[in-house]
Design a protein around this ligand. Sequence first.
Ligand SMILES: NC(=O)C1=CN([C@@H]2O[C@H](COP(=O)(O)OP(=O)(O)OC[C@H]3O[C@@H](n4cnc5c(N)ncnc54)[C@H](O)[C@@H]3O)[C@@H](O)[C@H]2O)C=CC1
Ligand SMILES: O=C(O)C(=O)Cc1ccc(O)cc1
Length: 363
Amino acid sequence: MSRHVRIVGTGLIGTSIGLALRSQGIRVSLEDTSPTARTLARDLGAGTVAAEDEPAPDIVVVAAPPDVVATVVARELAAHPGAVVTDVASVKWAVLDELSAVGADIARYVGSHPMAGRERSGAIAGRADLFQGRPWVVVGHPGSRSEAVGAVTDLARLTGAAPVAMPAREHDEAVAAVSHVPQVAASLVAARLRELSTDAVGLAGQGVRDVTRIAASDPTLWTQILVGNAAAVAAVLRDMQSSLTGVIGALDDLAEDPDADAPGARATLAALMAEGNAGHARIPGKHGSAPSTYATVTVLIPDEPGTLGRLFADIGDEGVNIEDVRMEHAVGRLVGVVDLLVKPASADPLKAGLSARGWNITE
Ligand SMILES: NC(=O)C1=CN([C@@H]2O[C@H](COP(=O)(O)OP(=O)(O)OC[C@H]3O[C@@H](n4cnc5c(N)ncnc54)[C@H](O)[C@@H]3O)[C@@H](O)[C@H]2O)C=CC1
Ligand SMILES: O=C(O)C(=O)Cc1ccc(O)cc1
């Protein structure tokens, strides 16, 4: 069990790890090339700023940007010969490959990747509960010591995450599909919004917000991630390109045919939607549990201070657990639309209870 953890890179992820470990009483020392980043992380409660004369760390976590991670890991392995060193970069094979190439002592290196983050960067965005219930990939390799794998697995667990063992190549192929291509897709959709009129963008509903949330992510970080996983990301995008070509062809056939008969076109469109349904149904539920379908209870609320607080208090009094919440403001109206996602069995009792308390429930 790690008693002293050194974190190098105190941005969003490094600070969040520090906060989570401090809440478990672990000693954490903080290092960053930016003096502001490390003192801010300290001020937020993520640990103490690393000092020259402090005791040696048991484990070093490198949470720096992907393009410097291998260099920093190699330096930390050399500087702390008794410590296990991990990194949290979003790509794993390139880091391991570079460390092997420079002859680093990789027996003590085990890469890792928390599958949790935010579309914001920097210590100020850090959160102690960021990793709660999230998968944290632990990437052992043929040369890694089993104690090192165990130490990184324990560290992930200490932050509240669920460790998952996976080799580097397999990890990179998986995250290409579940993280890196979704980022590219979000950016592609959001980029189309730049030239729209204000009136047209004003029609944006929850769908486009859901699909583009991560388009607000840091371009420098994401360029480095895509560079580090280029082949796997390109393979998934090429597969999408062929589907997209089919969809465009079907739409062109429909648009060009005055009677819109276009044999086969509807089947192409319906097949894509059905394949999307099947893929979406495979996404695990909250905290990595089995996929579950929640029922939605929609409440129209006046856009006034304190209303949401009263609504949540009433839901609590009804004894219903909210699995997720989405909120939207209706254009030009002083109302908000709140979607409450609940277990299907709770939906009808919640609707009845909230109606009885005077809330405006829509079907
Ligand atoms: N942003 C996210 O949602 C996630 C990011 N990651 C990975 O975590 C790592 C950190 O990402 P974020 O925390 O989002 O970035 P960030 O930009 O918030 O923080 C990076 C920190 O590293 C520092 N830094 C840069 N070069 C350094 C060096 N040579 N030595 C020490 N510190 C250095 C920067 O000053 C900055 O404070 C990246 O490798 C990223 O791939 C992993 C999971 C999620
Ligand atoms: O914000 C989100 O939903 C994310 O998926 C964040 C994220 C970004 C980069 C990673 O390597 C892992 C997770």
